[in-house]
Design a protein around this ligand. Structure first.
Ligand code: BMP
Length: 262
């Protein structure tokens, strides 16, 4: 069988059985973008302005909704309207990490009601497989998808070796899981999407352990599917539209190079 990394996003979308993965691949193909914006700003107005500006160039808007100081339900409604206007999915980077019963409450309820608006969320599997089952009880009926944090981008991170392998095993056997946060393609057993944070064209890292690698390394060489970029797009002194286009083009070129390597 041809490796998933050697297939087009369009073909993978057509073949996929999960509605969120199907939609994501279709968006990537329509917009010729494998770029996700990590919109780590701290107010409602900044988040909406950034999502509206950069929306045309991304396939996924990644949020940390709990850093928004003036969060309200209207923010969610407006984010959903922007997702429809610009054709992107919303990924709440919640990194759930508790027992199944607790994550059910955190995912479906509380102030944020994440499952009501985020197409995608993610979790650590440190508590064992019950965390996936708990999240699935809330997310599956709403047609949502889950990513597992098989690796992290930061210096000295502990998600390696046997722990990463366990993530892959759990992902393969749970239909609710559509992929991973990690640095590469992990398996050919089924089509699981890898999204990679810690992507930058210029900086090597930050003062708190973040490490940046290029789209070429991540997409062409490692076979990851989506690059997640934050400060490289909206950081100090940058024009977010100019930078988003730059990363969109770099990510797409890296994908085309990967297909060309057959
Ligand atoms: P930046 O490109 O500004 O470094 O932002 C990276 C984003 O990706 C942040 O939102 C961070 O929470 C997230 N992230 C990460 O950097 N490394 C990981 O391993 C997992 C993440 O979700």
């Amino acid at each position: 069988m041809v490796s998933f990394s050697q297939q087009t996003y369009a073909a993978r979308g057509e073949a996929h059985s999960h509605p969120v993965a199907k939609e994501l691949f279709a968006i990537m193909e329509r917009k010729q973008s494998n770029l996700s914006l990590a919109a780590d700003v701290s107010t409602k107005s900044e988040l909406l302005a950034l999502a509206d500006k950069v929306g045309p160039y991304i396939c996924v808007l990644k949020t940390h909704i709990d850093v928004i100081s003036d969060f309200d339900q209207d923010l969610v409604a407006q984010l959903q309207a922007l997702a429809a206007k610009h054709d992107f999915l919303i990924f709440e980077d919640r990194k759930f990490a508790d027992i199944g019963n607790t994550v059910k409450l955190q995912y479906g309820g509380g102030v944020y009601r994440i499952a009501d608006w985020a197409h995608i969320t993610n979790c650590h599997v440190i508590p064992g497989e019950g965390i996936i089952q708990g999240l699935a009880e809330v997310g599956v009926p709403k047609g949502r998808g889950l990513l597992l944090l098989a690796e992290m981008s930061s210096k000295g991170m502990l998600a390696t070796g046997a722990y990463t392998d366990k993530n892959v095993e759990m992902a393969v056997r749970n239909e609710f899981v559509i992929g991973f946060i990690g640095s590469k393609r992990f398996t050919e057993e089924r089509d699981l999407i890898t999204m990679t944070p810690g992507v930058g064209l210029h900086a090597a890292g930050d003062a708190l352990g973040q490490q940046y690698r290029t789209p070429e390394l991540i997409v062409t060489e490692n076979g990851s599917d989506i690059i997640i970029v934050g400060r490289g797009i909206y950081g100090a002194g940058k024009d977010p539209v100019v930078e988003a286009k730059r990363y969109r083009d770099a990510g797409w070129a890296a994908y085309l190079n990967r297909l060309g390597k057959q």
